[in-house]
Ligand binder design. Structure first.
Ligand code: PBG
Length: 342
């Protein structure tokens, strides 16, 4: 076996010569020696946006989160900006759904419209847009389906690339494909380059698992896969099996090769091992998505008085950063930014 010179020799530490508690005895020492820190600039706040005016619909499965129309989102962003959070992730609710997901790339759609409005009113915010078809297809899948209910991978990639381009043309600072079709990063990169956006970054949901923790999001975005005759009722045909680790590394490697500028692991808490491994292996900008179900679990327990919300959120986020994330998308972003100041 190869000897690792840098490895700590645990038997070199002896009690009572070494007493680990000495460095924990004083608050200043504890603060000094904290190994993991993060700042509000590393948190990304997701929002659900729908067409209309004056909309502020509470999302029942996500206490404290709302569906906004572009006009009601603006005052929210003023508060967000004050908190120190610097970037937002936008999810659109379709004006109309159809088999071709044509609402996904409409230049007059709710996302391009919202992006323009944000860039005009809050030029200091980085606007990241979600690129996926599930909210725009009648069946709720992240890609197009043929008549027998099979995913049309390559045709879906073409639509995703058009969607990313529509967001780029509206002024998005980064596009973020979450669909898990094969070849989408390369497909999107090619179209962006050809149409004059060679410098627009892509944040790829490289390793996105087929997770029960997306449940509340699907209520929020009206994007649950419908299921039915010939139509699968889940996303297992494109999202990854939670049991798989090597496959996640292959997915991430492939996305980096295709031109991703940042990669993501999603969800976060149940996948900390994947985050750590991806960071160690690729040394590449790494995001984690602290998803809706993770948010709602803490919120629900806090509402019942079973958990201290602030402590639970800060502990969980610290764990995600400790595991290797450089940034975290989280519905707790604004609250956490406030707690970081105190
Ligand atoms: C769309 C998408 C989903 C999430 C982000 N983008 C849902 C899904 O894949 O079903 C989940 C985010 C969350 O749960 O907070 N493909």
């Amino acid at each position: 076996m190869k000897k690792n010179k840098n490895k700590i020799q645990l038997f070199d530490f002896h009690f009572p010569a070494y007493r680990p508690r000495r460095i924990r005895s004083h608050a200043v020492l504890r603060e000094m020696l904290k190994e993991t820190r993060f700042s509000a600039a590393q948190l990304v706040m997701p929002y659900f946006v729908r067409a209309g005016r004056g909309v502020r619909e509470p999302i029942s499965a996500m206490p404290g989160q709302f569906r906004f129309s572009p006009d009601t989102l603006l005052p929210e962003l003023a508060k967000l900006s004050k908190s120190g959070v610097r970037s937002v992730l936008l999810f659109g609710l379709a004006d109309a759904k159809n088999e071709k997901a044509s609402g996904a790339f409409a230049a007059a759609g709710v996302i391009p419209k919202t992006v323009r409005l944000i860039k005009k009113n809050f030029p200091e915010l980085a606007v990241i847009t979600d690129v996926c078809l599930c909210a725009y297809t009648a069946h709720g899948h992240c890609g197009l389906l043929d008549r027998r209910g099979k995913i049309l991978n390559d045709a879906s990639v073409d639509v995703l690339a058009r969607m990313a381009l529509a967001h780029a043309e509206a002024g998005a600072d980064m596009v973020s494909p979450s669909d898990m079709m094969d070849g989408r990063i390369g497909g999107i990169r090619k179209v962006l380059d050809k149409k004059g956006f060679p410098e627009l970054p892509i944040l790829s949901y490289g390793a996105k698992y087929s997770s029960s923790f997306y449940g509340p999001f699907r209520e929020a975005a009206h994007s649950a896969p419908a299921g039915g005759r010939n139509i699968p009722g889940d996303r297992k045909g494109y999202q990854m099996d939670p049991a798989n680790r090597e496959e996640a590394l292959r997915e991430i490697a492939l996305d980096i090769r295709e031109g991703a500028d940042m990669v993501m692991v999603k969800p976060a808490l149940a996948y900390l091992d994947i985050l750590r491994e991806a960071k160690d292996k690729f040394q590449f900008p790494l995001a984690a998505y602290f998803v809706s179900g993770e948010y709602s679990m803490i919120k629900a327990a806090a509402q019942k008085g079973w958990l201290d919300e602030r402590l639970a959120v800060m502990e969980a986020l610290t764990a995600v950063f400790r595991a290797g994330a450089d940034l975290v998308m989280t519905y707790h972003a604004q609250d956490a930014a406030g707690w970081l100041k105190k």
